[in-house]
Write a protein that binds this ligand. Sequence first.
Ligand code: ZN
Length: 196
Amino acid sequence: MKTKIGNANGVIFVYTKDYIIKTHGENTWLDLLNNLSAEDKLHLSKNLIKTAWYSAPLLNRLINTYDAIHGNGDFAKIIPIVEHIAKNDLNPVFQVFLDLKNPAFVLNNAPTLWKRYFDSGEMIIDIADEENKRYILHLEEIADENLASGMAICTLGISTWIKTGLEMTEANNIRVVHTDCRYKNDKSCTIELTWD
Ligand SMILES: [Zn+2]
C-alpha cells in the first residue's frame, strides 16, 4: 500500500514567501531556495498560487531550512511568519466575525480551518466552554516530516496561529499550551487554551 503524502495549502506558501521577501529581501528567498534540493527549488520557483495545494513535506523542508539559516533550531523564527499568514488569511475570510469580536467563532471553526490549511490530519474540538473561555482541541495526525505537517507546525505553528486569530477578535490574556504532542511520542496533539 502506498502511503499518501499530505498537502499544505498554497496560502501558507504564498504568505511565507511574501513575509521572507518583505522582511529580508528577494535575495534571502533565492538564497533559501539554493539551500534546498534542485527539485524543491524548482517547485518553489514557480508562481505559487493560494488556491493550489503543495506537498506538506516540501513546506517542512522550506521552514526547517529557513529556521536553520536564520534561527537557532527552536523554530522561534517562524512565529512572525505564522502571524503574517493568520493576519492576511483570516481577515478576508472572517472579517465579519472578527468585527463581532467573537473568539469562540474562530475556535469553533478550528476543524474547518485545519482542513483549509492541510489535507491530512483532523482537528477535533474536545471542550468548547465559551462561558469560562476555555477550549481544548486535539489533532489526530501522524508524526512524520516526510508525510505530513512537521515539528515546526506543532512546536510554534498551531499555537501562534490560534493566538493571532484570537488577538484579532480582541481577546485578552490568551494562553495556548500544546500539551500532548505527536512529535513527543504521544498518540495525538492536545492544545489547551484560555482567554479573558
Ligand atoms: Zn503536536
